[in-house]
Design a protein around this ligand. Structure first.
Ligand SMILES: NC(=O)c1ccc[n+]([C@@H]2O[C@H](COP(=O)([O-])OP(=O)(O)OC[C@H]3O[C@@H](n4cnc5c(N)ncnc54)[C@H](O)[C@@H]3O)[C@@H](O)[C@H]2O)c1
Length: 264
């Protein structure tokens, strides 16, 4: 069996929203296994800086400004990657954000932005890259869902609905393409140390201590713990896994209904 440090050698991976956070950790992890990372990022500066940082570490990475909400933007990305590499082996639908507010006063803009980026964007990227992969008769699409997709988490109605829809989309498209060489899988991270978590803590709508206590393992995740599972799922070691979501959550989802369940 190929050693893990070269199991993605020669593969071309597009990771959306990889300018920072979980996406950047996934890009770095894939590069460490020999892949070329294409950082598809709305924030052009963040994308360029991330790609440069990976190149400085000796990896093969480049960035392209891309808005996953736009079919034109995603089509241009796909064309650029094909022109440069001739194939697309991996797509990670990672771009996202998280707004917290009571549903009765949630602004239209917050609802629409979360649905546009984390559901419509996943569809737009899946369709565009999936078309290439179906032609190749090979490829893996990894969607980043969330523990929020498994049940109610008050004050996050749009985020929960979108992440549940991503779990459903993974099952649906995974089954549809299962006999055509394309796997579609998903991970549902627990609370993870990134900008999303920091901004919720800064706004006073979440507490790190509360998240730690709510998690059976007693701590939130580091980005590398999500990235290493992402590498497994896109690798050939996971060749019989499709149309399913794996929780990477320190036991969060399993711990249901006991005292101490998160109140925020
Ligand atoms: N951090 C957590 O606790 C956590 C837990 C579960 C799931 N997730 C999911 O993981 C993913 C990454 O989250 P993160 O915490 O790393 O967030 P982050 O805010 O650190 O990074 C998100 C990235 O997405 C980019 N982005 C936003 N809109 C975009 C668009 N339209 N097109 C392209 N890029 C866009 C941002 O510029 C940013 O670089 C998200 O889908 C999030 O819902 C995060």
């Amino acid at each position: 069996m190929t050693p893990p440090e070269s199991e993605l050698a020669g593969r071309v991976a597009i990771i959306t929203g990889a300018g920072r956070g979980i996406g950047l950790a996934i890009a770095r992890n894939f590069c460490e296994a020999g892949a070329t990372a294409v950082i598809a990022e709305l924030d052009a500066d963040a994308g360029e800086q991330a790609a440069q940082a990976l190149r400085d570490e000796g990896h093969d990475a480049w960035a392209r400004q891309c808005d996953v909400r736009s079919r034109e933007s995603v089509d241009a990305l796909v064309e650029a990657v094909q022109t440069r590499h001739g194939c697309i082996d991996i797509l990670v639908n990672n771009a996202g954000m998280n707004f917290v507010s009571p549903t009765e006063c949630q602004p239209d803009s917050d609802w629409h932005l979360q649905v546009d980026v984390m559901l419509n964007g996943v569809f737009i990227c899946t369709r565009a890259v999936g078309t290439v992969m179906l032609r190749q008769q090979s490829g893996v699409i990894l969607n980043i869902s969330s523990i929020a997709g498994y049940g109610a988490w008050p004050l996050r109605s749009a985020y929960d609905a979108v992440k549940a829809a991503v779990i459903s989309l993974t099952e649906n498209v995974g089954c549809e393409w299962a006999r055509r060489g394309v796997r579609v899988v998903s991970v549902a991270p627990g609370v993870t140390r990134t900008n999303i978590l920091q901004s919720l803590v800064d706004q006073g709508v979440a507490s790190l201590d509360q998240y730690n206590r709510r998690t059976p393992m007693g701590r939130v995740a580091d980005v590398e713990e999500i990235a290493s599972v992402a590498r497994f799922l896109v690798s050939d070691r996971a060749s019989y896994i499709t149309a399913t979501t794996l929780a990477v959550d320190g036991g969060w989802v399993a711990w249901d209904g006991l005292p101490g369940k998160a109140a925020v």
